[in-house]
Design a protein around this ligand. Sequence first.
Ligand code: SF4
Length: 694
Amino acid sequence: VIETGQPEHSVVTTCAYCGVGCSFKAEMRGEELVRMVPYKDGKANRGHSCVKGRFAWGYANHRDRILNPMIRESIDQPWREVSWDEALSFAAGRLKGLQEEYGKNSIGVITSSRCTNEETFLVQKLARAVFRNNNTDTCARVCHSPTGYGLGQAFGTSAGTQDFDSVEHSDVVVVIGANPTDGHPVFGSRLKKRLRDGAKLIVIDPRRIDLVRTPHVEAAYHLPLRPGTNVAVLTAMAHVIVTEGLMNEAFIRERCDWDEFQDYAAFVADERNSPEAVEASTGVPAEAVRGAARLYATGGNGAIYYGLGVTEHSQGSTAVMAIANLAMLTGNIGRPGVGVNPLRGQNNVQGSCDMGSFPHELPGYRHVKLPEVRAIFEEAWGVEIDSEPGLRIPNMLDAAVDGTFKGIYIQGEDILQSDPDTKHVAAGLAAMECVIVHDLFLNETANYAHVFLPGSTFLEKDGTFTNAERRINRVRRVMRPKNGYADWEVTQMLANAMGAEWNYTHPSQIMDEIAATTPSFAGVSYDLLEEKGSVQWPCNEANPEGSPVMHVNGFVRGKGKFIVTEYVATDEKTGPRFPLLLTTGRILSQYNVGAQTRRTANVVWHDEDVLEIHPHDAEQRGIREGDWVRLSSRSGETALRARITDRVAPGVVYTTFHHPDTQANVITTDFSDWATNCPEYKVTAVQVTPSNGL
Ligand code: SF4
């Protein structure tokens, strides 16, 4: 049953799944949600939606939801339901005790890209103003942290440069390491329309995604690169543009650092970066790279859209900078139809980064070492802010295993399922003396928790999400929290149980504090959001209407920075034992580890992950369509069914990661991005053999 009776009233709110940020009318009968109707005035979706936002909200009422707080002395004991007061004083007592015994840096927090900006702001404030350290990190660590680093270096701000409307002005679209029709379906539809209307498409992806050939759309170029070679291909494209004189010299002279450009141009012009020189390592025919580079440089407005197939590599940050280099080389920045556009995965991954979740940055991407920035927050919060960057998630886990990191508050995140090297995550969690999980369900991480604080769904709270185009959308409460409190209230209660004196009564007050301390949000208020529906940051005195397109007259950092992008092959090597390369992705009807989509009964979801394997590799192994196969790597193994397809090249296999039974992260390696520690999920040397099943 999809729709259940007639509504009495409706509330406009924002989808809590992906970074497109579609607006919906939640049609209600009393406290019962009857249906979600795509909102025609929603600026990100203009009345469109995908199956997840439209139908996949049943998890909010699922019997698996935990509605009462629980505690236990140790993880081998059963849970005990307690009052909120008892749970919070137990948690606060343990955290304070750990700081007294092991020092103030022995505890930390992990924020959630699923929660609101206001909730995220409070969680990092808990670390900085109450714990008095910078031990705050975010689940963006494992997805788009290289975007934060790479775009910050090149342009001075860690965000996509365009709005979604911009695609209607594009003449050439490059899609690299993303699958918009599955991962970001509403934007994917807009992109397909633009392609049907005549824009040219270049796809750079190991797998033949649907966009390469779909009704009325055919990519001009598909570069099916070997997983792990993005930087080599992107730098080879730059080689063609520079050596064939296709760059936009006027733009570079006016907008970029000319000396740095000359160093960069000399680097890319070197013959070792030519398409011919890297053909063997990338697997992409040199002529195709040359053709794609010429088309991007000369085809009119060129826009690049990318996803986790760019970031989740040992050179993820380098690849982001290589993309930024291409945009600056060709002057494809600062007007509609062009730009560098990360397609954010989760609903508020942009916002969680904006709100200061990273251990080295206060809200608004300002380094904690800057005394003038700390002074703003010290005055607002009445405490001294630590000037030393805190620990990233992997460093927290390492320190826990070493015995120096003892307690953590994790809001809306299942690190045991989503982070790499599951065994190490488990060892780190098991070594801690106070793990507080604040979530909707008893997730895998909660197996190691001492305190479970029930979370609230997006339907049960007010706040804002920021989508992939920097659009701040209102989230509106449509029903009372089933657990009693919105997540921001729980964080406030925990802070106060530890001695703080916070007294927010509505998230709008938290947004006012964000605006008062963060220049890019200075003009944002709930009143403005009511008036305009949504705004795109920066929104301040200089940009009172917000900023659909960034870097129009100059880069945020001043001059655009060209960065030498030397290709370094990953340490993850194929060999006789593990001769194939595994890469991963997602499908339209599921979402990440499936915690919500698998708990939604009103749609038929696909019920297993499958392994795509090329007919040649399957035949060599005696594998037929639908057979169970064992997928093994140096880290571990799992079993799943085979799908034989030439969507993947010989030597490459592909799977989704939505089902906990598959446990794709048991397979992946512990290599990570050199700059940000983002795990290298997209390249794993594997073997595939026939199997009898799970
Ligand atoms: Fe929700 Fe994304 Fe689908 Fe829009 S495209 S309805 S934001 S999941």
